[in-house]
Design a protein around this ligand. Structure first.
Ligand SMILES: Nc1ncnc2c1ncn2[C@@H]1O[C@H](COP(=O)(O)OP(=O)(O)OP(=O)(O)O)[C@@H](O)[C@H]1O
Ligand SMILES: [Mg+2]
Length: 448
C-alpha cells in the first residue's frame, strides 16, 4: 500500500453505501462506491484497491461470493458486511477468504477499527510475500553452478548438511565459492528465516573481536554510550560465518574456542547469559592446515571447526564447470546491465577452458563482467595472461604465411588437440562442423 488507502465499497442500499463512504472518507482514506457486483468487477483492474467493503447480498449476475472470489485472486482483502444475521453466509464468506465480517446495523467507529486491522494485516502478509520472493530470487541467482563430478557431489553433500547443527569448515583457494557455499547452507535450509552474519576474521583487533562476538552493555567501557548485541545474540538461530578463520590470532582463537565449548555468550559488562543457537560455518584457505602443523593455529579449535569439512577445489581442477559458469555469468551480467548476452565462440571457450584461473570463479566472473561492459568478449579473452592457443606470430623477420597455410595449421592443431574429433575441433575454431569437414576434405586434396 502506498500512501492513502483506497477502498472499494460495494453496497446496493444507497443510504448504507453513503454512510460507509462518509465514514471511510472521514478517516482521510479514499473510497469509490458501486451498487452491484457487476459494476465492482468492471472496476477491479482499473485501480489498485487496498480493501473492499462488501455486502454479501447483491443484485445482478455477480453475487457477493463470486465477487469475493475475484477479489481473492487479485489479493484484495475483503471486509464482508452481512444484512442477515446468517451464520451460514458469514462462515461461507470467511472460508472463501474474507478477512473479517460485520453484521448490520454497523457502527461507523466499528467499521473504522475493523478496516484498520484488515489493512494492517494485509500489509504484513504482503511484506512477507515480498521477502519470500526476494529470497527466492536471491537463491536462484546464487545457485551453485557447475556440472563437474566435484560440483555434483558437492551439491549432494550440502543437501545432507542443510539442517544439521554441526560446525562446518569450508576450505578452498580464493574465489572458489566458499562464501557462496556458506550462504547456500543457510538460505536453502531451515535457518533461512534468521540472519546470516559474516565475520571477517582478518580485520579485527583482539578487543574489537571480543566486542563483536559478545557485544556490550551501555557504559561497559569508556565510550560505550549505547549497548550493542554481539554477533551470536543477533544471529539467534541463524548462521555465523567466520571468514578467513586462519587469520585469528592465538588470543582470539582461545576466546572463540571457549565460546564453542560453553555454547553461551554474555555481553561485556554483564547481563543475561545467552545460549548460542546459531550454527557456525567457517571458511579458510589451505594455509590453515599448515598453520596447525606449525603451531600457529590451535589444533583443538581446528578439530572443533572441522567436524564437517567441505573442500572446494580450484577451478583449474574442474574445468568442466568453466563453460556453464561462463554462460551463467554472461547472462547475469547482461541482464544486470540491460544488454543482450555476449555470444561465446569456440575460440573463446577454448581460451577460458585452458587458462589457469588463479583467482578462480571470481576471476572468471570479473573477466566476463569487463567483457560485457566493453561489449567484446574476444578482445578480453585474448588479453588473458596464460592464453593457451599459440598464435601464429607474424613479425617482420618471419616470412609471412599465406592465409591458406595459417588456416591449415590452425585446423591441424585443433584436430590434434581434439584427437581428430571434428565436432569438437569445429567448436574450438569457432566454425561450423560442416565448414570444417569441407575444408579438411579440400586440404587433403579432395574435390571442392
Ligand atoms: N559454483 C558457483 N556458481 C555460481 N557462482 C559462483 C560459484 N562459485 C563461486 N561463485 C561466485 O564467485 C564469486 C566468488 O565466490 P565467493 O565469494 O563465495 O568465494 P570465496 O571462496 O569466499 O573467495 P575469498 O576466499 O576470496 O573470499 C562470487 O560472486 C560467487 O557468487
Ligand atoms: Mg570469501
Amino acid at each position: 500500500m502506498s500512501g492513502v488507502p483506497h477502498l472499494l465499497v460495494v453496497e446496493d442500499e444507497a443510504p448504507m453505501r453513503r454512510l460507509l463512504i462518509a465514514t471511510v472518507v472521514r478517516e482521510g482514506w479514499r473510497a469509490t462506491g458501486v451498487e452491484s457486483g457487476d459494476e465492482a468487477t468492471a472496476l477491479l483492474d482499473s485501480d489498485t484497491w487496498d480493501l473492499c467493503l462488501l455486502d454479501l447480498h447483491l443484485p445482478g449476475q455477480v453475487d457477493g461470493m463470486a465477487l469475493l472470489d475475484r477479489l481473492q485472486r487479485r489479493q484484495v482483502p475483503a471486509l464482508v458486511i452481512t444484512g442477515y444475521a446468517s451464520i451460514d453466509s458469514v462462515v461461507a464468506a470467511m472460508r472463501a477468504g474474507a478477512a473479517d465480517y460485520l453484521a448490520k446495523p454497523v457502527e461507523p467507529e466499528e467499521v473504522v477499527v475493523r478496516c484498520r486491522r484488515v489493512l494492517a494485516q494485509h500489509q504484513i502478509t504482503e511484506e512477507n510475500r515480498r521477502l519470500h520472493h526476494a529470497l527466492d530470487e536471491r537463491l536462484r541467482f546464487e545457485q551453485l553452478i557447475g556440472d563437474s563430478p566435484v560440483m555434483v557431489a558437492l551439491r549432494r553433500r550440502l543437501e545432507r548438511l542443510l539442517d544439521v547443527d554441526t560446525t562446518c569448515l569450508i576450505v578452498g583457494e580464493t574465489g572458489t565459492g566458499k562464501e557462496l557455499v556458506a550462504r547456500t547452507l543457510h538460505f536453502a535450509g531451515g535457518r533461512a528465516g534468521a540472519p546470516f552474519l559474516p565475520l571477517d576474521c582478518g580485520v579485527y583487533t583482539e578487543e574489537l573481536f571480543g566486542d563483536c562476538l559478545f557485544g556490550h552493555l551501555p557504559g561497559a567501557f569508556t565510550g560505550a554510550v549505547q549497548g550493542r548485541a554481539g554477533l551470536f545474540e543477533e544471529a539467534g538461530a541463524g548462521t555465523v560465518f567466520l571468514d578467513e578463520v586462519q587469520n585469528l590470532t592465538p588470543p582470539m582463537q582461545a576466546r572463540f574456542l571457549r565460546l564453542l565449548e560453553e555454547r553461551t555468550v554474555q555481553r561485556l559488562g554483564g547481563g543475561p547469559v545467552r545460549e548460542v543457537r546459531a550454527r557456525v560455518v567457517a571458511a579458510a584457505n589451505e594455509d590453515l592446515a599448515a598453520a596447525v602443523e606449525a603451531g600457529g593455529f590451535r589444533a583443538d579449535l581446528y578439530f572443533r571447526l572441522n567436524v564437517v569439512r567441505v573442500d572446494l577445489p580450484p577451478l583449474r581442477a574442474r574445468r568442466a564447470d568453466i563453460l556453464p559458469l561462463a554462460r551463467h555469468f554472461l547472462a547475469a551480467h547482461a541482464s544486470r546491465l540491460g544488454r543482450p548476452p555476449l555470444a561465446l565462440t569456440g575460440e573463446v571457450v577454448h581460451r577460458l577452458e585452458s587458462y589457469g584461473w588463479p583467482g578462480n570463479v571470481r576471476e572468471l566472473a570479473n573477466l566476463l563482467e569487463r567483457a560485457t561492459i566493453l561489449g567484446d568478449l574476444g578482445e578480453v579473452a585474448a588479453g588473458m595472461a596464460e592464453a593457451a592457443v599459440p598464435e601464429p606470430v607474424a613479425s617482420e623477420s618471419a616470412p609471412l604465411l599465406a592465409l591458406v597455410e595459417l588456416e591449415q595449421r590452425a585446423i591441424a592443431a585443433a584436430l590434434a588437440r581434439c584427437n581428430g574429433n571434428k565436432q569438437e575441433a569445429a567448436r574450438l575454431l569457432g566454425i561450423d562442423p560442416t565448414t570444417l569437414r569441407r575444408k579438411v576434405h579440400r586440404y587433403r586434396g579432395g574435390p571442392t
